[in-house]
Design a binder for this molecule. Sequence first.
Ligand code: ADP
Ligand code: MG
Length: 590
Amino acid sequence: MPIRLLSSEVASQIAAGEVIERPASVVKELAENALDAGARAVTITIEEAGRGLIEVADDGSGIPASELELAVSRHATSKLVRSDDLFHISTLGFRGEALASISSVSRLTLTTRVAASTAGARLRVEGGVSGRLEETGAPVGTVVRVEDLFYNVPARLKFLKTDMTERRAIDALVTRYALAYPEVRFKLSEGKSISLQTAGDGDRRAILAALYGVDVARQMLEVLAEEEPAAGAGTGRMKLSGFISPTALTRSNRKEITFFVNGRWVQETALNSALLQAYHTLLMVGRYPLAALFLDLEPEDVDVNVHPAKAEVRFKSQDRVFSFVQRAVRRALLAYTPVPSLPTATLWGGAVRPPEPREPGLDWTMAAEAEVEGLPGRSQEPAPAGLPPIQSGMPQIPLMRLIGQIGSTYLVAEGPDGLYLIDQHAAHERVLFEKLMAQYALKNVPAQALLSPVVVHLPPAQAKLIEAQLDVLGRFGFEVETFGANAFQVRSVPLLFESSDPSLALRALVEDFEEDESPLQAELEAKLAGRVCKRLAVKAGQALSTEEQRALLTNLEACESPRTCPHGRPTMIHLSVDMLERQFGRKGAR
Ligand code: ADP
Ligand code: MG
């Protein structure tokens, strides 16, 4: 075929494809325009999950009638003049493409009025072809109606998901924008049903409930941190606000992690890893936190012009942003960690030398800070600059004196600052997990051959899972062979689990795999290990000898993350001396 210039119709449809992928993309662009126009209220109405109609009405500045035709042309924007402007963008839009793109793949009607004008104006564009500009009555602000999206691009229409999925994408988008702009009243409705309505009173918690449900929202921890520019840093102030989940609240995927940078929703792997690193060792690998975080930087410190849909950004100083986010999140997490790490030096003389000479009377916040600074990097990756890896062998909990066991379920121990109740199951789970993972990392998991191999039958789906992981299991000390259809023969088990039932261990490996799980290999390994440890750890209700109790306590003290089990539940509860004194009236209530 000879080379030809594309017709403008085809060219604009190709361009539209970059930004307008589905109904939710239209909602995003129109809502962003409304926010850029200074709207206090954004009202979104959809029909047929956005295929039939998407209408976004705002009470923003409006568009002068004389500029209406320009507004729907490609590369027409009021937000940018010179190419320099690209490097300190403070509006959500700047490409001047959205209205042109949307109008080329739908029937679009723009009705608008600016405060300075008594009459409003209306323009209709069908498949990129503008109609006549009409005068009309209208309130100040803008209403954009998008009908029959993709009516002229049937191929695109075929790629849309079910109504439910498209609707969910719109819901998710609007809810997140509502959360990012709590001072703006958002309303989203389809037909008569209102799926979201916010008060615009600046209260983010209320909106959080719409995003996650009341129960989850109540548990979410607040993050608020600011950093002034360091001298000579070359980059300016940073602020992080929003919410993160406590370690006990997790998901099996990253879908509930939301980041906004300077008011725009971005998918940014660097930010995700900063967040995950802040949770490092507090969550079982393969579990993810929930988060809705808002990062604000000076406009010149972030390049937003790297992605057509503006979903990615680039930071001038990625390292600084990364460590700021990580530290801010870690600090918020530690502030809620059930057992604060306290200075052990003066109060508690023990056989083992105290970890680090900390100032007596060091307040707890500072102790938490100290821990932040010593945050370990992810084992496979070099620690980011400024965060030296934690000194190994430094106890993460104070040394404790065992008192005994109660209810065959909890250990009671005395520490330098009061009483500790330790959940024996959670604690043992943590101990086994860290030992097993440490041996695994050294590629040396001691195994114990079974005197008589055990045969385990599994349902076909689970058998497939195991079959695919026989190598990994081998590295974990489980020597397992296929033994006919859906059956396996276990020949050895890790020495750590020597005394437990091998078939129990094997079954634990494949328990409750969620359907949509396809963890990375590294995650899978930790997940498998976590499962076996959970299953084989001592149970609540199991009486332990004094030696066993003492061993458990000592082993827990040696753990890197002794305060939570690998699934993030606390291993211990702390009743401080201070608290006891208050409860017994020895010290005045505050
Ligand atoms: P961009 O937002 O990148 O500038 P758009 O195609 O989305 O490009 O919009 C083009 C222009 O139309 C904007 O720059 C703005 O001046 C105007 N505009 C669009 N929507 C609105 C609105 N809701 N209120 C006021 N002005 C708007
Ligand atoms: Mg725009």
